[in-house]
Design a protein around this ligand. Structure first.
Ligand code: FCB
Length: 494
């Protein structure tokens, strides 16, 4: 279908570099009631009226749980080095602690074998937000310290079962969203609206990260396995000199609240001061910071856009709320929407140079730590067109987006950043949390009625990149035919 559209360009990605694609359990698996899976907080939340776009739930999603073999074969055609997926904690431990569901564990064990058989390295996330509902009911979810200990046991069980084969482990995915969107703003499951709770959740995620790293170290046996955490550490740019303090505040609450404990063994002083009106931090117990601060092998970075910030000139301290706003102190900061930028379907500004700068800066900040881009990608309004009876999606916008970001990553490496891999978000179109099924991030299109898979043009582009290691560019001879096909798909371009 997409033959002869690309030829290798002159930007080269090192052979040793890991190229792959990512998903997360609740977003793709479906099979919500299959194989003994327990309930997660995202089941409860998505089934609560008004919480997700159009009442969307992950009950079926891309039905990856039942169609995993189709997806594995598609992955092989993409020439992926690695596939990042998350384990659904309630599929493995239906109530989060106690009994293990052997069928759940077996699903992931087979998936790992099938990946390795196809020459694809498994990259496993332990927590991509789908906390067992029982732990929410019993301990208040991540608000409660007990959940951190339950996570340690879960990591031990999964490490012992799969640790002979998994290449890269991530403890958490984006603890920022997990804590502040989940417990403070109310936007994500479980929908809590207390900034004090969100700060406690952030601490328990930090603590549980350290506990899980220890649990993995004591159980995994694959000699070259690496342990990491996937942070959406933000590239923050103040609009002007007067906005430096707004940038510092956002950096403290969004970035250093996680890198501080995990990578330095401390909370930054300015964070404690900034948040003093919300909490006294009494949930930090003696010894917690030593536990959170475990040596890790790799830092995962999820990058989507630059955060342009400025101080809110109309800020009134009396207006500061205890919850239900984006994060503690968010009234002080404005996020500037730059009209000069092209934007994705999520309305996120497209700035590949932000990825380049951020990789260089992070590598300077943590010189001993290799970095992997664990998520980068874009949603666009993709549509399936019929070309001589064969379905196709000409997602030229996504090809351009991914090309520019891979090139930015290569430039960061040339500037000395220690980056060892790049994973596209996402392998498949999927359940985009509160936004439901509107935004499509996949290299592979999913028809949510028939669950039919249609590889998009971007999947062919990525397959070429993985095979040739030279950024594929469109061939001049194919431009005309290509333009005609894009014409068919005019609605899909922004
Ligand atoms: C990240 C999430 C991922 C996906 C992308 C678009 O914040 O980790 O699950 O939703 O955004």
């Amino acid at each position: 279908m997409y033959d002869d559209l690309f030829q290798p360009g002159d930007i080269c990605v090192p052979r040793s570099f890991t190229l792959g694609a990512a998903t997360a359990a609740y977003q793709v698996e479906g099979g919500a009631n299959s194989g003994g899976r327990g309930r997660s907080i995202w089941d409860t939340f998505s089934h609560t009226p008004g919480k997700t776009e159009g009442g969307a739930t992950g009950d079926v999603a891309a039905d990856h749980y039942h169609r995993v073999h189709i997806d594995l074969d598609l992955m092989r055609t993409l020439n992926l080095d690695a596939y990042r997926f998350s384990i659904s904690w309630p599929r493995v431990m239906p109530t989060g602690e106690g009994a293990v569901n052997p069928d759940g564990l077996m699903f992931y064990s087979r998936l790992i074998d099938d990946l390795l058989d196809r020459g694809i390295q498994p990259i496993v996330t332990l927590n991509h937000w789908d906390l067992p509902q029982s732990l929410e009911d019993k301990y208040g979810g991540w608000r409660g310290r007990e959940t951190a200990h339950a996570f340690e046991t879960y990591a031990e069980i999964v490490g012992a079962a799969l640790g002979d084969r998994v290449a890269v482990w991530s403890t958490h995915n984006e603890p920022w969203n997990n804590s502040f969107s989940g417990y403070g703003s109310g936007a994500f499951a479980p929908g809590g609206t207390s900034h004090a709770d969100a700060l406690a959740a952030a601490h328990h995620l930090n603590l549980s990260h350290g506990l899980a790293v220890q649990a993995l170290r004591s159980t995994i046996t694959r000699p070259d396995a690496q342990i990491s955490v996937a942070l959406n550490n933000f590239r923050i740019e103040p609009e002007g000199p007067d906005d430096a303090d707004a940038a510092r505040r956002f950096d403290a609450i969004a970035n250093r609240i996680f890198t501080g404990p995990m990578l330095r063994g401390e909370y930054p002083d300015d964070l404690i001061l900034d948040t003093a009106k919300f909490t006294d931090w009494d949930f930090v117990k003696p010894g917690d910071l030593e536990i959170a601060h475990q040596p890790i092998d790799l830092l995962g970075l999820n990058y989507y856009e630059v955060m342009h910030v400025r101080a809110n000139p109309a800020f009134d301290p009396a207006s500061e709320s205890d919850g239900g706003t984006d994060f503690p102190g968010s009234e002080r900061i404005e996020f500037v929407r730059r009209d000069d930028l092209a934007r994705t379907g999520m309305d996120w500004g497209i700035e590949p140079r932000g990825l380049e700068e951020h990789l260089v800066a992070l590598s300077e900040e943590f010189p001993s730590l290799p970095i992997m881009v664990m998520e980068n990608g874009a949603a666009f309004r993709d549509t399936v067109v019929d070309v001589d009876g064969i379905p196709a999606v000409f997602d030229v916008n996504r090809v351009n987006y991914l090309s520019a970001h891979v090139a930015a990553t290569v430039r960061a490496v040339e500037r000395g950043a220690n980056v060892i891999g790049y994973l596209v978000w996402s392998l498949l179109d999927n359940f985009e949390w509160t936004a439901g099924y509107g935004p499509r991030f996949g290299l592979i299109h999913i028809d949510y009625e028939t669950l039919e898979r249609t590889p998009k043009l971007s999947s062919r582009w990525f397959a070429e990149l993985c095979a040739t290691r030279a950024l594929p560019v469109r061939t001049p001879s194919s431009e005309k035919a290509h333009a005609e096909r894009e014409g068919l798909d005019a609605a899909a371009t922004l």
